[in-house]
Design a protein around this ligand. Structure first.
Ligand code: DP6
Length: 367
C-alpha cells in the first residue's frame, strides 16, 4: 500500500536540467536486519553506527525529456556500468509513485566509492542512500519553486523521505542518511521507530559511543557469495526464524541501557552475539552457507585473546561476508592499531584494512 505521506500530488515542471551531488556513508549494524517481507519491510528492528570514511559520492544530472518510461545511464568511477542498471531500474519502479518526476527526465548517474569496488564492502547502502538524497534534492527544488515553505516540515520530511526511498533500493540503505546511531524497524521501547524509514536513536548515548572506531579488516575481497536478497529470502521458511526475530528485538532492548551508561562489557556480548547469530542463520538455512573464511575465525580468536590478555574493549561484528569490523573506543585507538598491525594484518587480503569511525550521515556536495 502506498505511503500517502510521501506522495506529492503535483510538481511545477519548472526544472528543465541541472545537476545535484550528494555523499552518503556506509553503515555497520550492531543488531542485524536479516529477513524482510512485503516491499522491503524488516522482520525485526535493527540498529547501526553510521560510518564516516566509507562513502559513495553521486552526481545526478537531469534533462527534461518527452518520451515515456525511465531513461538513465550509470557510471562508476567514470566508466559506464550497465551491470548496476537492473538494480536501479527496480529501484525506480518501486519509488516512481513517490517521485513521479522520474519519468520526466533523462538521468546520468555518476558514482564514486571511497572504498575499492572489490573490497567486499557492500556499496548498496551508501549508493542507494546517495541516490535517494539526490532525488530528494530535486524534489526540494521543485517544491521550493511552487512556494512551499520547506523549513516548516522540510528538514525532517527531507531526511525521512530520503531514508524511505533508500529503503526501497536496499533495506540497510535507510540507515545511511543520518547518524550517528540509526534505528530501523518498529520497536516498542524506541519512540518514533518505524518499518518505513530509519530514525535517529532518540535516547541518551554515552559519550564513549560518540566517536567509536570501526577498522574493517578485509579478509575476502571478492563478490558476495550470497546476495542479500537471497539471504533475506532464506529467512522466510527458516526453522529458527521466529526466535531469531525475537532475539534481535530483545538485543535492541538490552542495548538501550548500554547506550546510556556505556557498559562496554555488555555491549561486546550483544554485538558479537548478533554477528554470530546472523552467520548461524546462514549456516542453518536451506540451502546453507558458510560466509566466514578461515582467516575470519583466526581474527576472531586473536581478538578474544587480545581482550583476555590486555583488558581491551575491542570487539568484532560481521556483515553477510568474511570481512571483520573491529569496533573499539577512540581511547584505545593506539593500542588496537598496534595489535592490528602486529597480529591481524597477516590474515587480511594483501594486508589491507580500512580505518573508519562513527559519522553523521549524508552531505550535500557542490551543485
Ligand atoms: C547483513 O540491506 O543489503 O548487512 O534490503 O536486500 O538490499 P536488501 O539487503 P541489505 O541487507 C543487509 C544485511 C546485513 C545486516 C544489516 O546491515 O543490518
Amino acid at each position: 500500500m502506498p505511503q500517502h505521506k510521501f506522495i506529492v500530488c503535483n510538481y511545477h515542471h519548472s526544472l528543465t536540467s541541472g545537476t545535484v551531488s550528494w555523499q552518503a556513508p556506509s553503515n555497520i549494524a550492531l543488531v542485524k536486519y536479516w529477513g524482510k517481507y512485503g516491499e522491503q519491510m524488516p522482520m525485526n528492528p535493527s540498529i547501526s553506527f553510521t560510518l564516516e570514511n566509507c562513502h559513495t559520492q553521486t552526481t545526478l544530472s537531469f534533462e527534461r525529456k518527452q518520451n515515456e518510461g525511465f531513461d538513465f545511464e550509470v557510471y562508476l568511477n567514470g566508466k559506464r556500468e550497465t551491470g548496476f542498471e537492473p538494480k536501479i531500474r527496480t529501484f525506480f519502479e518501486r519509488i516512481v509513485v513517490y517521485v513521479p518526476f522520474l519519468e520526466d527526465f533523462r538521468f546520468t548517474i555518476e558514482t564514486v566509492n571511497s572504498f575499492p569496488h572489490s573490497s567486499g564492502i557492500a556499496s548498496s547502502a551508501s549508493g542507494m542512500g546517495a541516490l535517494a538524497l539526490c532525488l530528494m534534492d530535486m524534489e526540494r527544488q521543485m517544491l521550493q519553486q511552487m512556494g512551499f515553505e520547506l523549513d516548516e516540515t522540510g528538514r525532517l520530511y527531507f531526511a525521512e523521505k530520503a531514508s524511505f526511498l533508500a529503503r526501497l533500493g536496499s533495506g540497510s540503505a535507510c540507515r545511511s542518511i543520518k547518524g550517528p546511531l540509526i534505528v530501523w524497524g518498529e520497536h516498542p521501547e524506541i519512540e518514533g521507530s518505524s518499518n518505513l524509514f530509519g530514525t535517529k536513536y532518540p535516547s541518551d548515548i554515552h559519550e564513549i559511543f560518540q566517536n567509536y572506531q570501526d577498522t574493517i579488516l578485509l579478509v575476502d575481497k571478492g563478490e558476495k557469495q550470497v546476495s542479500s536478497t537471497l539471504g533475506h529470502d532464506l529467512m522466510l521458511d527458516h526453522p529458527f526464524a521466529a526466535s531469531r526475530f525475537r532475539q534481535a528485538k530483545d538485543n535492541l532492548s538490552k542495548l538501550i541501557p548500554v547506550f546510556k551508561n556505556g557498559d562496554l562489557l555488555e555491549f561486546i556480548k550483544i554485538v558479537e552475539s548478533e554477528a554470530l547469530s546472523l552467520h548461524a542463520m546462514m549456516m542453518t538455512s536451506m540451502p546453507y552457507f558458510i560466509l566466514m573464511k578461515p582467516n575470519t575465525l583466526e581474527i576472531i580468536n586473536r581478538i578474544w585473546e587480545f581482550r583476555e590478555t590486555t583488558g581491551s574493549h575491542a570487539c568484532f561484528t560481521l556483515d553477510a561476508g568474511a570481512n571483520v569490523h573491529l569496533l573499539y573506543p577512540e581511547s584505545e585507538k593506539e593500542n588496537v592499531l598496534q595489535f592490528i598491525k602486529n597480529e591481524l594484518v597477516p590474515f587480511c587480503k594483501n594486508g589491507e584494512f580500512i580505518e573508519d569511525r562513527v559519522g553523521l550521515g549524508g552531505q550535500k556536495l557542490t551543485d
